[in-house]
Write a protein that binds this ligand. Structure first.
Ligand code: SAH
Ligand code: SF4
Ligand code: F3S
Length: 439
């Protein structure tokens, strides 16, 4: 018997890419590949790329540069580029990088096994009519008790700065039955928490019994699955936060009190230029309604600073919005001009100004994040143990509010839910003592 071939996968970008990487590994697994964490051992290297900012896509070429040596030592090594850079640059990657054998876009990766079997240099960046999810083997590779489940892909919003509508295509929702099957399968394998994924997840409108289902109805149905203790979803757009979804935050115990709701800017002028189609005030009023439904909800967001035309007053409006909301966490980025997007045509803000704004915004967010963590100290929270901690007798997991928690619990096991008392807060996590084990 020959040794199985080894696959090394590197994932850049968002959680959807994490999910796709798992599915690609499973698809190649059916062809005899097993995954490895050691790139030197690999017979195939798959880079699942992100195109969202210039820095993200440049990483591909520096990694390809590093793989050149490996390919010289190992001429049979196959190198594949998947994900959003593959979609955006396609042929260009094959031209620029002789080490690359395969280029496959995010909507075509179910064809990866055929491409590998066919040999030679190949590219597939179609948006095929068939649903890739129906062509892939059933989910099996499990990384623990918390799993992702892609329910919706693509985006029709066309924010002026963003490549996603081009790299992932138009909005498509997966049918309810398939999602319920996939979720039940995950739970049967020990999953207790599922995060529903979509570039615009709250725009979900999948075919279900009696017609089209929204995200709230899907969440309510998933909550019926015995053993599925926690539900989350990401990423949402403010304009798709419908009443029934807000209501679900109030009355669905499995739906965790954490919501990532990107706003990008607090200036109406900039929001308009970004084509976000909501004002800062509309966002604030939405937050009020969400908090009325679930008072302890922790909010998170994304911000872009230095969008073309952003003045100091615009930036101050963003800081005002952050102060008004009080976020538990947030991701912030310096605007990066992306080829093919409308905003890329406009004159940029000077780099030093954008850098200074980013620093100021991040300092404010950090202080809010710390305050949200410190507010947990002394309280009892629920944690799902995901892995052993670095210290003996320690487990690590996430609280309902998505805080990383290190729990002293020598008998704790992965997949267990426990009530724990928070003892202290450090920069990015909480430390706690086990109080009682739940299910
Ligand atoms: N679908 C999600 C997220 C898309 S990408 C949403 O609508 O919120 C994740 C984040 O990257 C965005 O929220 C935005 O803050 C940031 N981003 C997207 N394009 C960018 C660009 N050109 N420059 C800097 N940041 C960008
Ligand atoms: Fe990009 Fe999100 Fe805007 Fe869609 S809604 S274009 S994914 S930032
Ligand atoms: Fe990046 Fe594509 Fe996700 S551009 S953020 S990997 S959808």
């Amino acid at each position: 018997m020959t040794d199985p071939k080894k696959l090394f996968v590197k994932t850049y970008g968002c959680q959807m890419n994490v999910y796709d990487s798992e599915r690609m590994a499973e698809a190649l697994g059916a062809q005899g590949y097993v995954t490895t964490d050691v790139v030197e051992e690999a017979d195939m290297v798959l880079l699942n790329t992100c195109h969202i900012r210039e820095k993200a896509s440049e990483k591909l070429y520096s990694d390809l540069g590093r793989l050149r040596g490996l390919k010289v030592a190992k001429p049979d090594l196959k190198v594949g580029v998947a994900g959003c850079v593959a979609q955006a640059e396609g042929e260009e990657i094959l031209r620029r990088s002789p080490v690359v054998d395969l280029v496959v876009g995010p909507q075509a990766y179910h064809r990866l096994p055929e491409m590998v079997a066919a040999g030679g240099r190949q590219i597939d960046t179609d948006f095929p009519a068939e649903d890739k999810f129906t062509q892939l083997p059933a989910r099996k590779a499990l990384r623990g008790p918390a799993a992702f489940l892609t329910v919706q892909e693509g985006c029709d919003k066309f924010c002026a700065f963003c490549v996603v509508p081009y790299t992932r295509g138009t909005e498509v929702s997966r049918p309810v039955d398939r999602l319920l099957d996939e979720a039940r399968g995950l739970v049967a394998q020990g999953v207790r928490e599922i995060t529903l994924l979509g570039q615009n997840v709250n725009a979900y409108h999948g075919a279900g019994s009696g017609g089209s289902w929204g995200l709230a109805r899907l969440l309510r149905e998933l909550a019926q699955i015995e053993g599925l203790e926690r539900l989350r979803y990401t990423t949402s757009h403010p304009n798709d936060m419908e009443d029934d979804l807000i209501a679900a935050h109030g009355d669905l115990p499995q739906l965790m009190p954490y919501l990532h709701l990107p706003v990008q800017s607090g200036s109406d002028r900039i929001l308009k230029a970004m084509n976000r189609k909501h004002s800062a005030d509309q966002y604030l009023r939405l937050i009020e309604r969400i908090r009325a439904a679930r008072p302890d909800i922790l909010l998170s967001s994304d911000f872009i600073v230095g969008f073309p035309g952003e003045t100091d007053a615009d930036f101050q409006a963003t800081l005002d919005l952050i102060r008004a909301v009080g976020f538990g966490q947030a991701f912030s980025f310096k605007y990066s001009a992306r080829p093919g997007t409308p905003a890329a045509e406009k004159p940029p803000v000077a780099a030093e100004i954008a850098d200074a704004r980013l620093q100021e915004l991040q300092a404010l967010i950090t202080s809010q994040q710390r305050a949200a963590q410190v507010a947990m100290v002394g309280r009892e929270v629920t944690v799902l143990y995901e892995k052993p901690g670095r210290l003996p007798g320690q487990m690590v997991g996430k609280s309902d509010h998505l805080h990383a928690v290190h729990v002293t619990d020598p008998e704790g096991r992965i997949g267990q839910l426990a009530r724990v008392r928070v003892l202290s807060s450090s920069s990015n996590s909480l430390a706690a003592q086990m109080v009682s084990r739940l299910a």
